[in-house]
Design a protein around this ligand. Structure first.
Ligand SMILES: NC(=O)c1ccc[n+]([C@@H]2O[C@H](COP(=O)([O-])OP(=O)(O)OC[C@H]3O[C@@H](n4cnc5c(N)ncnc54)[C@H](OP(=O)(O)O)[C@@H]3O)[C@@H](O)[C@H]2O)c1
Length: 226
């Protein structure tokens, strides 16, 4: 496929690397080349099959608008625009294009969240649960989005709101733990990311899955099909 990747940051560059290894034709625009989406013209997008966005919350909505104007397929990994999700979904459906988004494109994390969902049962059998998350010291938000998703899943399934403890230390890529404790035993579930490559591979596999499909899709609903 002809892919246009928006964002030359930590994740966008890895997505480009994985996409090239999988024999796609890749072009990348960073913030300098695409200020206010100025590079996303009809001419530039003509031969592009899918646009992949790993930019910033400030840039994403203008990038989406420009791609929808040209009826381009899009995969969005950028976070921080959840409040606009319904409006974007509506615009994608109006434009009749294909759109895949997700706050976490790692297949490992999605598998882990399934295990978290299944473990919620522990709450009904006298276990006390706690969530721990560890990330590198440069991560600005706390708790992490993934820890909040874990908390939500457990609340939905068992009604309990588990406490989240966040650690910011060294160069930890991202570790999430769920511990259930009872007088008799302790259950540990842990996901420990070794690199950002899991996100990049998920984004490229998701792009291949999207292909020419039309509609609005979220990664959490389609990762099993990859
Ligand atoms: N869904 C997932 O699995 C997943 C995984 C990891 C990260 N993310 C999300 O993906 C986004 C990027 O993460 P990151 O870690 O790669 O951040 P990053 O290293 O800060 O990279 C962001 C890049 O976006 C570029 N940018 C800003 N405006 C742009 C525009 N209009 N067009 C093209 N590029 C533009 C910036 O370039 P300049 O510096 O030149 O402005 C910067 O290089 C974040 O929202 C993050 O939360 C999602």
């Amino acid at each position: 496929m002809n892919l246009l990747i928006l964002g030359r940051g930590k994740t966008g560059s890895l997505v480009a690397e994985v996409a090239r290894q999988r024999r796609h034709h890749v072009r990348v625009f960073g913030g300098g080349e695409n200020k206010d989406s100025c590079a996303l013209t009809a001419e530039c997008l003509r031969d592009v099959d899918v646009v992949i966005d790993f930019t910033t919350p400030a840039a994403i909505l203008a990038n989406i608008a420009a791609c929808l104007r040209e009826r381009k397929q899009m995969v969005v990994g950028t976070t921080g625009w959840h409040g606009d999700l319904l409006a974007v979904r509506h615009r994608v459906e109006e434009a009749g294009t294909g759109f895949l988004c997700g706050a976490n494109f790692s297949i490992g994390i999605n598998l882990f969240l399934e295990a978290v969902r299944a473990s919620a049962e522990a709450h009904n059998h006298g276990y006390h649960g706690q969530i721990f998350e560890r990330h590198h010291q440069h991560k600005k938000d706390a708790p992490s989005g993934t820890a909040l998703v874990m908390q939500n899943i457990l609340k939905e399934k068992s009604g309990a709101e588990l406490e989240i403890t966040s650690f910011r230390e060294g160069d930890v890529v991202g570790m999430h733990e769920l511990v259930f404790d009872s007088p008799n035993d302790r259950i540990y579930l842990c996901h420990d990311a070794k690199s950002r490559r899991g996100f990049a591979e998920g984004a490229v596999l998701g792009t291949e899955w999207l292909g020419t499909r039309k509609g609005f899709f979220e990664f959490k609903d389609v990762w099993r099909e990859l």
